[in-house]
Design a protein around this ligand. Structure first.
Ligand SMILES: NC(=O)c1ccc[n+]([C@@H]2O[C@H](COP(=O)([O-])OP(=O)(O)OC[C@H]3O[C@@H](n4cnc5c(N)ncnc54)[C@H](OP(=O)(O)O)[C@@H]3O)[C@@H](O)[C@H]2O)c1
Length: 251
């Protein structure tokens, strides 16, 4: 099979861990020049090493607009353009309604929603006709889960951004789609606000039981969906939300 991303400039926001890292590796295997971003310099360096000599790793906190601008300036200077943008960075929270603080709300929205909007806004000058944007939401936006309200609201916002970006950018030849994972085995589970370490084994058990396929997904399974939406195979697809969830949101 021909590599689908030969010499394409692919930017994976939150590309140093979990789904983003698996996606960056898959894009690189298919010939892309990959840029990975994140906050943690150690995992960024490891990600870049795993992607071979051509990858660019840039530290960028997506809740900081100036950091996003600096990222885009560096990409413009070093690579000149963006062909594919996978806006994947996100943080989780399982917090009961009464316990949610204003700081919890602001942190989730700053990364999961504001970060997505402004990353796309600041990347657009580098994108042209034929470009593709994929946003990472979650099946959380479709389901009611106790303690999931703030996370779900942020991810519902991401889904709405995907549809509206798609409508606004279709005339410019840029496709925008959303991928919504169900439970996937990544480091996010160990760093989700509101979860103590002793709650995690029970949460994993519940996630498996509540998924018709009776297992959690692998990061590479979400990566394959993101690559499909970003590729020319999806040339007539824009504005959709592709669930990668073992059936969890459907039955
Ligand atoms: N795993 C699941 O079950 C699941 C289910 C549905 C949706 N999702 C979504 O999938 C996406 C990827 O999550 P994951 O499961 O792969 O978790 P992960 O391994 O924890 O990865 C999260 C990524 O987001 C980055 N990130 C977090 N806050 C950031 C910030 N302020 N600025 C820049 N980057 C930031 C992290 O970089 P640093 O490590 O450097 O902070 C990391 O690269 C998220 O949007 C998540 O909501 C995951």
């Amino acid at each position: 099979m021909q590599p689908r991303f030969n010499e394409k400039v692919v930017v994976v926001i939150g590309g140093n861990s979990g789904i983003g890292l698996a996606s960056a590796q898959a894009f690189a295997l298919e010939g892309a020049r990959v840029v990975v971003t994140g906050r943690d310099t150690a995992t960024l360096a490891r990600a870049a090493a795993s992607l071979g000599g051509r990858a660019l790793a840039v530290r960028c906190d997506v809740s900081d607009l100036r950091a996003i601008e600096a990222l885009m300036s560096e990409i413009r200077e070093k690579l000149g353009r963006i062909d594919v943008l996978f806006v994947n960075a996100g943080v989780g929270a399982f917090i009961p309604i009464e316990a949610v603080t204003e700081a919890d709300w602001d942190r989730l929205m700053a990364v999961n929603l504001k970060g997505v909007f402004f990353t796309v806004q600041k990347a657009l000058p580098l994108m042209s006709s034929g470009g593709a944007i994929v946003l990472n939401s979650s099946i959380g936006w479709k389901k009611g889960i106790p303690t999931g309200s703030v996370y779900a609201a942020s991810k519902a916002g991401v889904r709405a951004l995907g549809r509206n970006f798609a409508a606004e950018l279709v005339g410019r030849g840029i496709r925008v789609n959303v991928v919504s994972p169900g439970p996937v085995e990544t480091p996010i589970i160990g760093r989700t606000a509101g979860l103590s370490p002793e709650m995690i084994p029970e949460l994993r058990k519940q996630m498996r039981e509540n998924t018709p396929m009776k297992r959690m997904g692998e990061p590479a399974e979400v990566a394959r969906a993101a690559l499909f939406l970003a590729s020319d195979e999806a040339s007539f697809i824009t504005g959709v939300d592709l669930l990668v969830d073992g059936g969890a949101a459907s039955f």
